[in-house]
Design a protein around this ligand. Structure first.
Ligand code: PPS
Length: 324
């Protein structure tokens, strides 16, 4: 049998670090994953609103019955494709899964249909079956300046706990991270595993937004009108939603409510790995909003970022909202 292809963060990760903290993603297993026609894939560049959508989609699919699944771990309701299909010998992923309260031996086949599966992987690494079966894809994009700040917090925390790669030196100031964000060469693997830059990830789905099986959403639009977004998602999923269900879900997935929800905060993960109270340390529900980046970027950093951004987007009509 041919050996499975394993994607490591391109070739940047040295063997010693892989042994210590490396994620080993089984590319062949992921590409060959048996997709079903009614599967729903939730795809995001990291720090774009994945956790938020994991608190939304299952409740839309169950008609707003919050009590039914509110205590089910977020990563069991909506598992990560790449973690669920990781190499059998990947101790690091096993540890992450266990800290995310995913039971040992959990399989994507254990999910009730329609299965909702999330991933940060870029399109070329995804199961062939998504295209073949026209499975539904919900893509959420967030403005990259706020993503860079969100990534800074998450990466800094992981690095300080010794969960780095490429370099064992924790991120110092924001400038260190900004460089890595622009090059997609992070010091932590659990941020972007496949070396994708923001625009490469986002534009692949923006360019497919008119295909019937793709719903392209912007995080900032959700911030502006969550109820309209809930209706848009329910229509896309052909899941009827009563007015009271929209009300209940919008309350359940509000930032304020999620900040008190251990499932959304991934309380056990935070306390075991990051330390402190999850309401204070969780990088999954941290500050939210649009425009917080202005407190971090200097004028020079912003100009430099804008130069990259203009180059990335020069052939695209995608417009992102950088503040509200
Ligand atoms: S991860 O690690 O990739 O899964 O992170 P992800 O969940 O994609 O993104 C985390 C950011 O999403 C914010 N968030 C929210 N914003 C608005 N409303 C709600 N309900 C919400 N829940 C999570 C979270 O705070 C992270 O952004 P930052 O800027 O770091 O606060």
């Amino acid at each position: 049998m041919p050996k499975a292809t394993v994607v490591q963060l391109k070739d940047m990760v040295d063997a010693e670090t892989i042994a210590k903290s490396g994620l080993r993603l089984s590319l062949d297993k992921i590409r060959d994953f048996q997709v079903r026609g009614d599967d729903v894939f939730l795809i995001t560049y990291p720090k774009s609103g994945t956790t938020w959508m994991k608190e939304i989609v299952p409740f839309i699919l169950n008609g707003g019955n919050i009590d039914e699944i509110k205590d089910t771990p977020a990563d069991v309701r909506v598992p990560y494709l790449e973690f669920a299909l990781s190499s059998d010998d990947d101790e690091r992923v096993k540890q992450i899964q266990s800290n995310f309260n995913v039971p040992k031996g959990f399989s994507l086949d254990d999910l009730k249909p329609p299965r909702t599966i999330c991933t940060h992987l870029r399109r070329e690494f995804l199961p062939r079956g998504i295209e073949e079966k026209r499975a539904k894809v919900i893509y959420v994009a967030r403005n990259p300046k706020d993503i860079a700040v969100s990534t800074y917090y998450f990466s800094k925390m992981l690095m300080e706990k010794g969960l780095g790669c490429r370099s064992s030196e924790p991120y110092g100031d924001f400038n260190d991270l900004l460089h890595d964000f622009l090059e997609a060469e992070y010091r932590t693997q659990t941020v972007v595993y496949d070396g994708s830059k923001w625009h490469e990830h986002v534009l692949e789905w923006w360019n497919r937004r008119h295909e019937g099986n793709v719903l392209f959403l912007k995080y900032e639009d959700m911030l502006q009108d969550i109820k309209a977004s809930l209706r848009q998602i329910s229509e896309f999923l052909s899941a009827e939603l009563s007015t009271s269900a929209v009300e209940k879900i919008s309350n359940h997935c509000s930032f304020k409510t999620m900040k008190k929800n251990r499932v959304a905060l991934k309380g056990d993960y935070c306390e075991k790995i990051l330390g402190g109270k999850s309401e204070e340390t969780s990088p999954f529900v941290r500050k939210g909003g649009a425009g917080g980046w202005k407190n971090y970027f200097t004028v020079a950093q912003n100009e430099m970022f804008d130069r990259h951004y203009r180059e990335w987007m020069k052939d695209s009509d995608l417009e992102m909202t950088f503040e509200l």
